[in-house]
Design a protein around this ligand. Structure first.
Ligand code: DNO
Length: 358
């Protein structure tokens, strides 16, 4: 298991590389070029500048996240071929700088979605990301986007780039005639376009699950259960077509048995990366993100790490979103302290599992 940390770049992260380097056991990053819009080529110069900075700080960066897929690809528009070509160029460019895994998603319009970015946890006064479907209904898509941007402390959030959101209304309208089957067919077309390139240059694609793990605003969503991912891995049968197993996204639906899903896809060699965090269920389609510790939420992190150990021990892991604690402010979900505690806890579980398995 390689422990990593998400970092948005010196200009758009409240956390520094030096701080990340000092987290025990931290080997590298899941990096991102935060200002790239979906569909744009990530140029060699941009990638090199990011990598040089990361390497100079003594960290590796073999995983890149959020190479976002243009909506025209998801909607199957004729303009998709150009965007797929751009995606191929980005894959080649990233491979030249040592990238082995690309984490992306195939969610229409929205990446992850929450109704509150800083819900106070009454027990200890910290705050975390929170979701309540009832609040979502009251707000509607435009309002939720507006409030997400307004409450993100000035940081852009993954998948919420302003350029993409400017056309929100038109895009939502267009999706009305797209069924989950259409979306899957468009996904297949995309994979047929890019996986041969991945095979050529040794890069694995890892699809992030829908977050939360059910359809929202009537949009088609096809990546939130074992059954969904069974279909996805079959859309293009290649070891380069994998999933990024995000415990908190899949885990937002209590029906998803995370350790068993890890064993299922890990055993097939189809887990390219993992995001590990915990969730506290508060009712149907209502949850908040908790500290990583098993007893703080409803997921069993020991069982999760054990399943990783047994079925995909070499995967990349990052502690996922953290709460805001000790007065820290920053990008919601992406402060330093609680994610560092999360990494330390996961490393502790790992050491115990490893030694007990000898
Ligand atoms: C949320 C992240 C996601 C993830 C993307 C990958 O915090 O886990 O935004 O990076 O879905 O495309």
């Amino acid at each position: 298991m390689k422990m990593t940390f998400r970092w948005y770049g010196a200009d758009s992260d409240s956390v520094t590389l030096q701080q990340i380097r000092q987290i025990p056991g931290m080997t590298g990053l899941m990096g991102v070029l935060d200002d790239k819009a979906a569909g744009e080529v990530w140029t060699e110069e941009e990638i090199k500048a990011y990598m040089d900075e990361v390497h100079a700080a003594g960290l590796a960066c073999e995983v890149i996240e959020s190479v976002n897929v243009h909506e025209d690809i998801k909607m199957g528009l004729p303009t998709r071929d150009q965007y797929i070509e751009n995606y191929r160029t980005t894959i080649r460019n990233l491979a030249k700088y040592g990238v082995k895994v690309i984490v992306y998603n195939f969610m229409p319009v929205f990446d992850w979605l929450r109704t509150d970015l800083a819900r106070v946890i009454p027990e200890d006064g910290s705050n975390s990301l929170y979701f309540d479907e009832a609040e979502l209904g009251d707000m509607g898509p435009l309002e939720i986007v507006k409030s997400t941007i307004e409450n993100s402390n000035g940081f852009t959030l993954p998948g919420w780039e302003p350029k993409r959101l400017a056309e929100l209304e038109t895009t939502l309208e267009r999706y009305k005639s797209i069924t989950p089957e259409d979306l899957r067919a468009n996904y297949k077309y995309f994979l047929e376009g890019i996986i041969p390139t991945c095979e050529e240059c040794g890069v694995v694609m890892a699809c992030h699950p829908d977050d939360p793990a059910w359809p929202i605003f009537g949009l088609p969503r096809i990546a939130h259960s074992q059954e969904d991912f069974d279909k996805i891995v079959k859309l293009y049968d290649s070891p380069c077509n994998t999933l990024c197993l995000c415990t908190g996204s899949l885990g937002s639906d209590p029906e998803n048995d995370i350790p068993s899903i890890i064993r299922h896809f890990g055993g097939m060699g189809r887990i390219g990366a993992m995001h590990v965090r915990n969730i506290k269920y508060l009712g149907k389609h209502k949850f908040r993100e908790s500290a990583h510790l098993s007893s703080a939420g409803d997921l069993d992190l020991f069982e999760i790490m054990k399943a990783v150990y047994e079925s995909c021990p070499d995967t990349y892991i990052r502690p996922d979103h953290g709460r805001m604690i000790w007065g820290e402010t920053g990008r919601p979900g992406y402060g330093l302290y609680d994610r560092a505690l999360g990494a330390t806890y996961l490393n502790g579980l790992w050491e115990a599992i490893e030694k007990m398995s000898r």
